[in-house]
Design a protein around this ligand. Structure first.
Ligand SMILES: [Zn+2]
Ligand SMILES: [Zn+2]
Ligand SMILES: [Zn+2]
Length: 277
């Protein structure tokens, strides 16, 4: 399995659109891995995770052919993860698609409220695109992968889910955006044992102590890692990765955060990072 991080920032991006704070100024100056666009990932160039406005830039920068993508998991409907307007680009004339092309978006009912109006009409008629509504703990198939939707602790109105994805051989956990997992998730993972080869955790706050529910920082990432190890869902070969950063976190600059994360057994994502799982 080839897992690629395309965008690795929270809503504002790093540097943020309108900001000259220390992190943004340094990141703008340094470029490279210090610059982070809005959240998106892709597996085997076939299954997308999230569909932000930065999708267009990600496709150009990474040489991705979206015609090869047949599924897209949406974590929730915050704008840094879902920009429904670009679904219109699938319409005849905006695109010239090969016969039989079909893209399936998957997400919660709240996500469907944003996506379905875009699909109904021309796209539905052409059979180009569909929306599959999934519920927490539902196991479903998309693009040849078996996916389990897990409930995230994040803004309830955004219909938040995070995803366990396996190709039958390798298994990854992509946990964005979420707080430390809820009791029902830990119960589910304990009752339904599995082993993750890769785990990507929400690290919005980096080293800033958490004062609200909805995201995590390095401290909470370490707690999730230890709990996964404890219940047998991970072992010493599991690749743990911190991802989804905000300029408001502490030590967010890539160069500052890498040694701190490494000391806790984590890699740090960057835009374009490829992981052979
Ligand atoms: Zn986000
Ligand atoms: Zn800033
Ligand atoms: Zn969010």
């Amino acid at each position: 399995m080839l897992f690629q991080f395309l965008g690795t920032a929270a809503a504002e991006g790093v540097p943020a659109l309108f900001c000259n704070c220390d992190t943004c100024t340094r990141s703008r100056r340094d470029g490279g891995r210090a610059v982070r666009t809005r959240s998106q990932a892709i597996i085997d160039n076939r299954l997308l995770i999230d569909f932000p406005a930065d999708t267009y830039g990600h496709v150009l920068k990474n040489g991705i052919d979206l015609i090869g993508v047949s599924g897209c998991l949406i974590t929730h409907r915050h704008a840094d993860h879902l920009y429904p307007t670009d679904i219109d680009m699938l319409r005849q004339g905006y695109s010239h698609l090969p016969e039989g092309y079909h893209l399936t978006f998957c997400g919660s009912a709240a996500v469907g409220e944003f996506i379905t109006p875009r699909i109904s009409g021309a796209l539905e008629k052409a059979g180009t695109c569909s929306f599959k509504e999934v519920a927490p703990f539902e196991v479903f198939e998309v693009s040849g992968y078996t996916v389990t939707a897990l409930p995230a602790l994040h803004d309830k109105n955004s219909g938040p889910l995070f995803y366990d994805i396996t190709d039958g051989e390798k298994r990854v956990l992509y946990a964005h955006d979420t707080h430390f997992f809820g009791d029902e998730v830990w119960e589910y993972l304990t009752k339904n044992p599995r082993r993750y080869d890769m785990v990507s955790l929400d690290c919005t706050n980096a080293c800033l102590p958490l004062t609200y529910i909805g995201h995590m920082g390095l401290e909470e990432n370490v707690k999730v890692k230890n709990r996964l190890l404890e219940i047998g869902c991970a072992d010493s070969d599991t690749h743990f990765i911190c991802n989804h950063f905000s300029h408001n976190g502490i030590n967010v600059h890539y160069d500052d955060f890498v040694p701190l994360a490494l000391a806790q057994g984590f890699s740090v994502s960057y835009d374009g990072m490829k992981v052979v799982v």
